[in-house]
Design a protein around this ligand. Structure first.
Ligand code: TK8
Length: 334
């Protein structure tokens, strides 16, 4: 008995000793498309994700990030994932509502009150349920990264109340919830891909756009804008999407490493955004922009006025999805 045990141990030992290191991993070059620029905190997140992947895969899983829409806009890149010709994209959920209408739930105005409750919803059961919907349309969401709370910038006048939106040409993402939210405030909302925003602002084809401070900073919108209003009208997540067609060809170990490291990257990215937000705002002010913060009363007024958008888009998003998130938020706020 003892001899047999020794023999089996010896065999087991020799097998593991002679097996090549990281045998479950293949050399993979993973292209990650981004609309934002390399100095956005997504860059820090991708660095952290790569470090994690290096450790887990012995350097076999390699991310190559492309910035500033070099591989196409969010929607175009996402379609390339669905057809299995590109591996990954970090994109806002908002332009993808044509692919999965339920994603529109994240675009509802004033849905999340703060980042913590967004994390609870996204990183919990609700986020998982949305991920299943994405898998059904050929997209594996590795994790919810942060885009953040969105603020308005414009080149025409200070905006301190909803009446100031009147007639303002505001670029919105290719998304009907955003379109209606801004039309409803009296703005002349124009859907446009992110990659066209800078030059449209520069040539005054549009007056305004809305994005988190960090994006107004890293995409240099402050160079072509005069006013910023801290509206915090929506918290839109980034999705770290992988082509399901490609993901399905990876080994279980590769898949697990990608999922785990995307979470490591997410935590770093969120942390860096938290730190950079204030610095970005300082930079925007230093560039000479006038910054207005909505008074709590005015924010409440705009919020109140925007609630019609919930009813209007409920069926399109899915009543169960809208009610589901509202119930969860109620739980969290207890
Ligand atoms: C970057 C976009 C951007 C988004 C937008 O690709 O389009 O305004 O907020 O950050 O996803």
């Amino acid at each position: 008995m003892r001899k047999l045990l020794l023999a089996t141990t010896a065999i087991a030992f020799s097998v593991s000793a002679s097996a090549p290191a990281f045998a479950e991993f293949n050399e993979r070059n993973i292209r990650v498309s981004n609309g934002i620029n390399a100095d956005h905190p997504v860059g820090n997140g991708i660095d952290a994700m790569q470090k994690c992947l290096d450790e887990k895969s012995g350097g076999k899983l390699k991310l190559t990030a492309f910035w500033g829409g070099a591989l196409g806009g969010d929607l175009q890149a996402t379609q390339a994932l669905r057809s299995g010709v590109q591996e990954a994209v970090v994109t806002s959920s908002s332009p993808l509502v044509g692919i999965e209408p339920a994603l529109g739930v994240f675009d509802l105005p004033f849905l999340f009150a703060n980042a913590d409750e967004a994390y609870k919803v996204l990183d919990g059961e609700f986020g998982d349920m949305m991920n299943q919907k994405l898998e059904a349309v050929g997209l594996v969401n590795l994790a919810y990264w942060e885009n953040g709370f969105r603020n308005l910038s414009n080149s025409v006048r200070p905006v301190t109340k909803w009446e100031d939106f009147e007639g303002m040409k505001v670029r919105v993402m290719q998304n009907n919830v955003f379109l209606d939210t801004f039309q409803n405030l009296g703005a002349n909302a124009t859907p446009m891909a992110f990659g066209e925003v800078f030059s449209a602002l520069e040539t005054k084809t549009i007056d305004a756009q809305e994005n988190p401070y960090v994006t107004i900073d890293t995409s240099k919108f402050f160079e072509v804008q005069k006013y910023v209003t801290e509206t915090n009208h929506a918290y839109t997540p980034f999705l770290f999407l992988f082509s399901k067609a490609i993901f399905d060809t990876y080994t279980p170990e590769e898949q697990a490493a990608l999922r785990e490291c995307a979470i490591v990257g997410r935590d770093v990215e969120r942390q860096v955004i938290g730190d950079l937000n204030k610095k970005s705002l300082e930079k925007i002010k230093a560039a000479g922009l006038e910054v207005n913060v909505l008074s709590p009363e005015e924010q409440a007024r705009i919020r109140e006025k925007s609630m019609v958008v919930y009813e209007k888009h409920k069926t399109e998003i899915g009543a169960d999805v809208v009610d589901g998130i509202l119930v969860q938020l109620e739980e969290i706020r207890k």
